[in-house]
Unconditional design. Structure first.
Length: 104
């Protein structure tokens, strides 16, 4: 697999293996910079949910014709091997602006 790009949406295994290979898969938005994604075995990603809330740490996106919400208050660092399947590519700039405000 080629390096993930900022703005890519993947199905990802968010939890380590539990019991008999039970994993919790969720869609995630890659927010880490492309240079980091190319050179490290990890990515910074935020989970995506279909539940939208008017919270300042949530960013609405259109994904497969539906409105979803990027939970920027739940960002995490993932091993790139936990990215299972590429779903789409979206404009990550709105999410990055929120992250910039969060960490200013």
């Amino acid at each position: 697999m080629s390096a993930p790009r900022q703005g890519d949406v993947f199905w990802a295994n968010l939890d380590p293996t539990v019991g008999r290979e039970i994993r919790r898969r969720r869609p995630v938005l890659v927010v880490s910079p492309d240079e980091m994604n190319r050179n490290l075995a990890t990515v910074i990603a935020a989970p995506i949910t279909h539940t939208t809330r008017p919270w300042p740490t949530r960013c609405a996106i259109r994904l497969r014709g539906k409105t979803s919400s990027v939970a920027l208050d739940q960002i995490r660092c993932l091993d790139a091997q936990r990215l299972v399947r590429h779903i789409a590519h979206v404009d990550a700039r709105p999410a990055l602006r929120i992250l910039q405000d969060m960490f200013a």
